[in-house]
Design a protein around this ligand. Structure first.
Ligand code: FAD
Length: 453
């Protein structure tokens, strides 16, 4: 017989997934205790509110809509209708599904986090305790150990159900590994990133489309720029960790300014002033995480990055964490009070798909790293975009299926493979071949022009 658990949940981490999950649970009459290792965002000085802009897509939005939070979040978000590729001599705008009118929404991470905090405050059944870091878990006695960030004081807390939403370096996951309850594999790439925050200039807006994602790229370097409705812009610089042209080699202001002038000449005048921020910041390597088991009996579960972190190349981390919350709630609605089945079904519905997504993110990274300048790659992308534009019901790029639909990541990948196979049978490769010739002529023409200039 299944024992009906008290409707009490403890969540570790009040980041993106943990906060939204608390709201989903409170709406189902659960009492929720959250322990967060950092100070509350609202108590931080304004200067540390600098944080990156991130993209929300239909997956994240759907989860926010289910708890009636999207209208509030949207107040801080700006619509992105496409991407601008900053080529050496050209600005190429690619709409996200011109006919279908797809869009993504850029939002500053702290604004999103603050909106979630404000929403949690509306529920008396959610209690958030900041500065409390979970440091140990006793699985047999259902107890967690917490350490206060400032005083170092340690205390223990008995829990009924435990959810780890504590990000890629999750303590719960490490404790599960230590107790032999799961295996986790972290694939750390030899590339990483740093972020730069560029405030809105006093004398007018930055000269970049505010409704688009921006990309500057060449072999072995890329900058992703995301504008914000408040006028500031954040740039994520991605490079190899070591070797020539790597983070390791950019150690002086001069080398950095020269690097920006070469890679993103139109952004360089604005970014150069923040070279100090870049030089002081540690480099974070890109990491993918695969975890064999996300739960232990009817006691604990991992969600979001703590279970399945992935690299940023489809901009899916928050979206996937929010989708986790929605699907977890569906499992809860079907199988509660049998929590072990809730956890098991959740893992069955999610893990195969987040594994597919992590693989797709890695392949996109490899394309960016190794093939971005190859005429085959450029021609194939252009043909895919053209096919998608002219046959919007029959052909979709993988990006569209992953980012602009809510079909499971696995189904998105299968559908893409099937449609692409069909397109190749119907002669897509011939179009790519002509595209390569066109690209080669274009490159030669620009080389000749710049020689003569
Ligand atoms: C440069 C960059 C750009 C990105 N861009 C996008 C994007 O455009 N779109 C997108 O969807 N995703 C993006 N992501 C990914 C996204 O930020 C993450 O996937 C997402 O934040 C994961 O949410 P989470 O709730 O699982 O973890 P987090 O948001 O990391 O939250 C974890 C929380 O747990 C707390 N915590 C950690 N350990 C403990 C502990 N032991 N005890 C108590 N609390 C603890 C942390 O302080 C934190 O508040 C990007 C990531 C990076 C690095």
């Amino acid at each position: 017989m299944i024992k009906i658990p008290d409707k009490k949940v403890t969540i570790i981490g009040a980041g993106m997934g943990g906060s939204l999950l608390a709201i989903y649970l409170a709406r189902r009459n659960f009492e929720v205790d959250i322990y967060e290792s950092r100070d509350c965002l609202e108590n931080l000085p304004v200067v540390s509110h600098k944080s990156i802009n991130q993209s929300l897509c239909v997956r994240g939005i759907r989860a926010l809509q289910e708890v009636h939070l999207w209208d509030e979040v949207k107040r801080y978000a700006s619509r992105e209708t496409g991407r601008v590729i900053h080529q050496k001599d050209n600005l190429l705008y690619q709409a996200y599904g011109e006919r279908q009118g797809f869009s993504e929404w850029s939002i500053n991470r702290n604004d999103l986090n603050r909106t979630l905090i404000a929403e949690m405050k509306k529920y008396p059944s959610i209690r958030v305790q900041y500065d409390e870091r979970c440091v140990e878990v006793d699985f047999e006695n259902r107890t967690i150990f917490l350490e206060h960030r400032e005083t170092g004081e340690r205390r223990q807390h008995a829990v009924c159900l435990l959810i780890g939403a504590d990000g890629i370096h999750s303590t719960l996951r490490k404790e599960m590994e230590r107790a032999g309850l799961t295996d986790a594999r972290l694939d750390v790439l030899d590339w990483g990133y740093k972020n730069i925050y560029i405030p809105a200039p006093k004398d007018g807006p930055l000269p970049f489309r505010g409704d688009a994602f921006h990309l500057w790229s060449k072999k072995s370097a890329a900058v992703f720029g995301i504008p914000n409705r408040a006028g500031f812009f954040t740039a994520t610089i991605t490079l190899p960790l070591t070797g020539p042209g790597s983070f390791e080699s950019l150690t002086t202001r001069e080398s950095l300014v020269a690097f920006f002038r070469d890679l993103c000449p139109d952004l360089a005048p604005y970014i150069a002033a923040y070279a100090g921020d870049f030089l002081e910041q540690p480099t974070t390597p890109f990491t993918s995480l695969y975890t064999s088991k996300w739960y232990y009996r009817d006691f604990c579960l991992l969600i979001g990055d703590s279970a399945h972190a992935m690299t940023i190349f489809y901009g899916q981390g928050i979206n996937a964490a929010f989708e986790d919350c929605r699907i977890f709630a569906e499992c809860l609605d079907c199988y509660y009070p049998d929590m072990e089945t809730v956890f098991q079904m959740f893992q069955e519905r999610r893990r195969p798909h987040t594994d597919v997504l992590a693989g797709a993110c890695l392949r996109r990274f490899v394309e960016l790293r190794d093939k971005y300048e190859s005429s085959f790659f450029v021609a194939r992308s252009s043909v895919e975009i053209a096919l998608e534009k002219h046959f919007p019901n029959s052909f979709h790029s993988l990006y569209t299926l992953v980012v602009h639909t809510t079909m499971s990541y696995g189904s998105a990948y299968q559908r893409y493979t099937k449609e692409r196979r069909l397109a190749r049978l119907l002669g897509m490769d011939v179009l790519v071949f002509f595209g390569m010739i066109r690209e080669a002529v274009r490159t030669m023409w620009h080389a000749l022009r710049s020689q003569n200039a």
